[in-house]
Design a protein around this ligand. Structure first.
Ligand SMILES: [Zn+2]
Length: 415
C-alpha cells in the first residue's frame, strides 16, 4: 500500500515526531539513539493516525510518497479544501466564543466599500485549551508586501493547538483592497501605516485604521507586524522596535534578524499606535515587495516560534532556543537610522549591498543624467550599515536612495 501525503503535511508530521522525541531526550526519559528513533517513529505514526482517523501501514511496500502535479489530488489535500469551503464572516473578532483546542478560519468585517459590501479581513485563530496571552501576527497592511503571508500560513499548518497556551491570531492580509490591486496603499490612495490611530469618523483610510485597532490590536497582548520593503526598494531582514522597552527589546532579539533598528518616532504606524495602547509591538521587515523570499520567510517563522516559546505559549525544540548572547553575534542593533534622499533626478545606482558596512566618506550612490554624465555622488556621513536601498534606476529629486543605520554607544558599537 502506498499512502500519498502532501509534502508540507509530511514535513509537519516529521517535525511533530522529532519534537516529541527531542523533548523526551531533553527530559532524560530516553538516552539512546535507538530509543530516540523508536519514539520518533511512534510519534509520527500516532499523529498520522489521529489525523486520518485510521492508519494501516505496510512498510514492505514503502510508506510515504510525495504527491506530484501529475498525480490525482490526494485525500490530504481534499480534506484541507473541505475545511475551507464555508468560512464564516464576523463583525468582530470573537475570541471568547471560539472553541478551544482548535484552529478557526474566518473573515472579520471592517468598513463598507462603495458597493455597500464589507471589506472582510481573513483571520486564523488557534485557541489553546489553557488560558494564556494573545499573540497577534499581522501581515500585508501594505497590500504589495506579501512575505508575511506564508509565514502565517506555515505557522498555522505546523502549530500543535493541543499543546498551545493562550491564543495565536494570524491576520495574513490586513489590507485586502491593496492586496487585490497589488498596491501598497488603501482604497483612497493613503498609506495606512502613516495614519494610525485613525479616526472613528474620518476618511475611509482613517476609519479603517481605527477599526483595525478596535477589532484586532486591542485584542492582542503582544503583536508582530510583518512587512517588506516598498516597491522599487530592497530591505535586509530587520526589526523596528523600542529597544528601551524591555518587552519589545526581547521580542526584537528573538527574531534573530540581520539588523534591529531602535525606533520610537510617532510615525502613524500600527506598531506605534499599539504601543500607545500598552500592547508591546514590533515590526519585522521581511525582504522585498511582491516576491516571496523563502530564506527570510523561514527566518521570520523561526522568530515567531521563538516568541511563542518565550511567552510560554508553545515550546520549541530545545536546540532552537535563542540566547540573547548568540543572537547578538549575528544581529546588528542600530540606535538610529537615516535615509539619503536624491537631490538630483536621473539614473540612480546604489553601490553597497544590503546588510554591509560603509565607512564615513564612502560613496554609496551616484546619479547620472541620461547621457551618462555623473551629476552627484552621495557619501556616507558616518560609519553605517545598509538597512535598505533603492533598486529602481529611475530617480526623481526627493526620492529615497539608501537607508543607513548607525550604532551609537547605547546599544553597542558595530561588530
Ligand atoms: Zn510595509
Amino acid at each position: 500500500m502506498v499512502i500519498n501525503i502532501e509534502h508540507t503535511s509530511m514535513v509537519c508530521l516529521l517535525k511533530k515526531g522529532a519534537k516529541g522525541a527531542e523533548s523526551m531526550m531533553h527530559n532524560g526519559e530516553i538516552t539512546t539513539m535507538t530509543a530516540f528513533i523508536e519514539v520518533f517513529l511512534a510519534k509520527v505514526l500516532e499523529r498520522f493516525a489521529t489525523k486520518q482517523g485510521k492508519f494501516e501501514s505496510d512498510i514492505s511496500e514503502g510508506l510515504f510518497k510525495t504527491a506530484s502535479p501529475h498525480e490525482e489530488i490526494n485525500e490530504e489535500l481534499l480534506e484541507e479544501l473541505e475545511i475551507h469551503e464555508d468560512i464564516p464572516v464576523y463583525n468582530d473578532l470573537p475570541l471568547d466564543a471560539l472553541p478551544s483546542g482548535e484552529i478557526t478560519t474566518m473573515f472579520v468585517s471592517l468598513i463598507q466599500n462603495e458597493l455597500s459590501r464589507t471589506i472582510d479581513v481573513p483571520v486564523l485563530v488557534a485557541k489553546g485549551k489553557i488560558e494564556g496571552p494573545v499573540l497577534g501576527v499581522t501581515s500585508t497592511l501594505h497590500g504589495n508586501e506579501v512575505n508575511g503571508i506564508p509565514v502565517i500560513s506555515k505557522l498555522f499548518r505546523e502549530i500543535d493547538v493541543e499543546s498551545l497556551r493562550g491564543t495565536l491570531v494570524g491576520v495574513p492580509v490586513l489590507n485586502p483592497p491593496g492586496f487585490s490591486r497589488r498596491q501598497r496603499a488603501f482604497l483612497d490612495g493613503r498609506d495606512l501605516n502613516r495614519i494610525f490611530p485613525g479616526k472613528p469618523a474620518g476618511t475611509s483610510s482613517q476609519t479603517y485604521c481605527h477599526m483595525i485597532l478596535e477589532k484586532f490590536a486591542k485584542k492582542f497582548d503582544y503583536h508582530l507586524d510583518l512587512h517588506t520593503a516598498g516597491l522599487g526598494r530592497v530591505n535586509s531582514l530587520y526589526v523596528r522596535a523600542d529597544m528601551n522597552n524591555p518587552i519589545t527589546h526581547q521580542m526584537a532579539v528573538l527574531q534573530q534578524s540581520q539588523i534591529i533598528l531602535h525606533n520610537t518616532a510617532p510615525d502613524g504606524s500600527l506598531r506605534i499606535a499599539s504601543m500607545a495602547l500598552g500592547i508591546p509591538s514590533i515590526t519585522v521587515e521581511i525582504g522585498n515587495p511582491l516576491q516571496i523570499h523563502q530564506e527570510f520567510v523561514e527566518c521570520a517563522l523561526s522568530g515567531v516560534r521563538a516568541t511563542l516559546d518565550w511567552l510560554n505559549m508553545l515550546p520549541i525544540y530545545p536546540s532552537e532556543k535563542i540566547e540573547e548572547t548568540s543572537s547578538r553575534a549575528k544581529t546588528t542593533t542600530c540606535t538610529r537610522s537615516y535615509w539619503v534622499y536624491a537631490e538630483h533626478g536621473g539614473m540612480l545606482q546604489v553601490m553597497p549591498k544590503i546588510n554591509t558596512w560603509v565607512s564615513k566618506g564612502d560613496v554609496v550612490a551616484v546619479v547620472r543624467d541620461v547621457f551618462g554624465n555623473i551629476l552627484v555622488k552621495y557619501k556616507a556621513k558616518e560609519d553605517s550599515i545598509v538597512i535598505g536601498k533603492s533598486v529602481n534606476p529611475i530617480c526623481c529629486a526627493g526620492e529615497r536612495v539608501v537607508h543607513l543605520g548607525v550604532c551609537d554607544d547605547e546599544f553597542g558599537k558595530k561588530k
